[in-house]
Every structure is written in C-alpha cells, then in structure tokens.
Design a protein around this ligand. Structure first.
Ligand code: KG4
Ligand code: ZN
Length: 343
C-alpha cells in the first residue's frame, strides 16, 4: 500500500440491509458485506421499521468484523469511518451512527456522514473509476426518483423528482397486489422477460408535460384497476404480459426524461443509480436510446445498485479528502434531501 493510500470503513443501515465495507482510496473495494433482512420482512410485504432497527443492533458489529476480516485489515489501519446519516428509517440510522461514532471515538478517527442518495451516485465511481462529470444522473430507488445534473462531484442540481411514489415503490406496491414476494422490483423484472410490453396500454405520468418531474400514481391506479377489473370478471391475468407492460410504462418515462435532460444540458454521459438501476429493461433500453445520440450510459453492477456500504465508504472518502469531517453531534436525519447535504 502506498504512503498516501487511505482505507475507509463504510457503514449502511438506513433500510433493511445491515452493511459494512472497506474501500481503498474511494475506488477499490476490499470487502463489501451485506446482511439482508429481506426474509424477516417478506411475510409483512414490506419493511417493518421496528424489526429492522432491532436486527441492525444484533448484526452491525458482526458485519463490521466480517468486512474487516474479508479485507484483511484491522480497525487501526482504517483512516476514515463513513456512515449513512439519512435519508432512511430513524431506528436503523441511529444504530449505524452509534456504531460509527463509538468506533471513531474509541480509536480517535474521523467520522464522515454520508447522504444515502449521494452514496448511490458513488456506486458508479466504484464501478467506473475514470468517470468524470459533467453527468446526468437518474437516481431510482425504493424511496427516491431524482433526475440530477452533476457539473462536478459534490454539486447536484435537481432537475426533477417524483411528485408522488418513487419508481421502486410503484414496482413494490403492484407486485404486492399480484401476490409476489417483497421486494417486487426484481420479481417484475424477472417475469417481464417472458411478456409482451405492448400487451397493455398503461399511462405515462407527466410524459408530455414540460417538466422533469415524474408521477407514478396514475400508473399505479391504472394497474390496480386492471387487476381488480379482471378479478371481478373472473378472468385470469397474463402475469408476464402485465409485468412487461407495467415495467415498460415506468422505464419509458424514465428514458424519455433522462435523455431530454442530457440533451438540454449538452451532457454526453448518463449514470444510473439506486436499486431500480438494477432493472434489466432500464439498463438495456437507456443504452439503446442514448448511444445513437452519442451519449454514453454507465451503471453499477446490480450488487452495487441496491443498498451497500462500499458506496458509502467511497462517498465518505471523497468528502474526507475534500476536508469535510463531522463532529460528534452528527445526527440521523430521516428526511435528508440531496440539496440539503452540506457542501
Ligand atoms: O436503493 P435500494 O436498495 O433501497 C432504497 O434506498 O430504497 O432500492 C430498493 C428498490 C426496491 O423498490 C426494489 O424493488 C427495487 O429497488 N429494485 C428493482 C430491481 N432491483 C431492485 N426494481 C426493478 N427492477 C429490479 N431489477
Ligand atoms: Zn438505497
């Protein structure tokens, strides 16, 4: 390891994954441990915050130990402790923050608070080490759908965001009504592969309006009406056709607005981030639509799209090297916004 190499320990507990990772110089993953709680929440059809927080308490230190041992480093060798401080579920955020602060305090190391959404963006830096702004970033997760212009890392202009449900939330809600397991996004993605995306005409929220905002509530209502109507008539729903048409209604509008944003800003690179960026149709169609226009599309491998701590370690490293260190009073902020991030 060179004299300037810096190791960051990342900690992520904002939702239902207890995760810790060790990253070298913000770009090289030495370990990336993710303890998913999905099986605990699946019977409830979604994340139960109280159960999530209790499980984070049980799991956080074993997960950190595992991240260190997989990376073959000791806590003493870690230079930066990076932790998600929002947005997310308050109980989980508190567990991660307390763990991070305790380690940092005991070992006299700096703690760096990371905005979870900024973390998702840095998953692209881990996957594509030479990536350089300006970028258009589509962040699509269970809680967020944001279209961002990034003139340089750390500077985010929000061009648009959802006015109601997030894209991932729409996937999860409709999957639940269909009786599919939580989280529904990957299930719909899988089923859609055998379906015809033109089988059912679903609405494209705000597609023809002059805004970069998104809306998925009309689509959700149309999908629910379709399911209920078929149930009342006793008709069987063709699930692959339904999944493909529903997914395409989301992806189509995401494509349209993201490419329009790149053209407006004259930006030649698009990055996708967040759990829904793992969607195979979104990845494939975004490339197909952008590349003929001379616009490159980047996305992380699926394991770095969904929640993980490597992305938090990376974002924390770059905050630290820009001189941004937090105090012991760093608080959990469940509703933290990207523009609200300290610059
Ligand atoms: O980023 P993430 O792991 O957690 C949040 O910060 O919300 O995103 C989780 C969301 C869930 O809504 C899940 O259904 C969705 O990402 N998701 C997908 C896929 N994989 C995960 N949605 C569509 N297609 C996928 N392949
Ligand atoms: Zn996330």
């Amino acid at each position: 390891m060179s004299a300037k190499s810096r190791l960051a320990l990342g900690i992520e507990t904002s939702c239902d994954e207890t995760a810790a990772a060790v990253v070298l110089d913000g770009k090289q993953i030495l370990s990336n441990v993710i303890a998913s709680q999905i099986d605990l929440h699946q019977i409830f059809g979604g994340v139960v915050p109280e159960i999530a927080a209790r499980k984070h308490i049980e799991t956080i230190f074993p997960v950190i130990d595992q991240a260190l041992s997989k990376a073959k480093v000791t806590l003493d060798e870690i230079e930066i402790i990076a932790v998600t401080y929002g947005p997310g579920l308050i109980g989980g955020l508190l567990v991660g923050l307390q763990a991070a602060k305790s380690i940092a305090f005991a070992l006299n190391k700096p703690v760096v608070g990371v905005n979870h959404i900024e973390g998702h963006i840095y998953a692209n830096v881990l996957a594509h080490a030479d990536l350089k702004p300006p970028l258009i970033c589509l962040t699509v997760s269970g809680g967020h759908t944001d279209l961002l212009y990034i003139p340089e890392f750390g500077d985010y202009e929000i061009l648009g965001r959802t006015r109601d449900d997030a894209a991932g939330e729409a996937f999860d809600k409709i999957a639940r009504v269909l009786g599919l397991p939580y989280p529904g996004g990957p299930e719909i993605d899988r089923l859609a592969k055998d379906g015809n995306r033109s089988a059912i005409e679903f609405p494209r929220g705000l597609a023809s309006e002059d805004t970069f905002d998104f809306s998925f509530s009309g689509l959700k209502t149309a999908a629910l009406n379709y399911i209920n109507h078929h149930k009342q008539l006793g008709d069987k729903i063709d699930i692959p056709d339904f999944a493909a048409s529903f997914q395409w209604a989301i992806v189509d509008v995401l494509l349209l607005k993201t490419i329009r944003a790149a053209e407006l800003k004259g930006v030649k690179q698009i990055i996708l981030s967040g759990g829904v960026a793992a969607n195979s149709e979104l990845r494939h169609q975004m490339k197909d639509a952008a590349e003929p226009l001379g616009i490159e599309v980047f996305f992380p491998p699926p394991i770095l799209c969904t929640d993980n701590a490597a992305m938090i370690a990376s974002a924390g490293y770059f905050r630290y090297t820009a001189g941004k260190i937090d105090d012991w009073d760093l608080e959990a902020l469940p509703n933290l916004q990207l523009t609200g991030s300290r610059k």
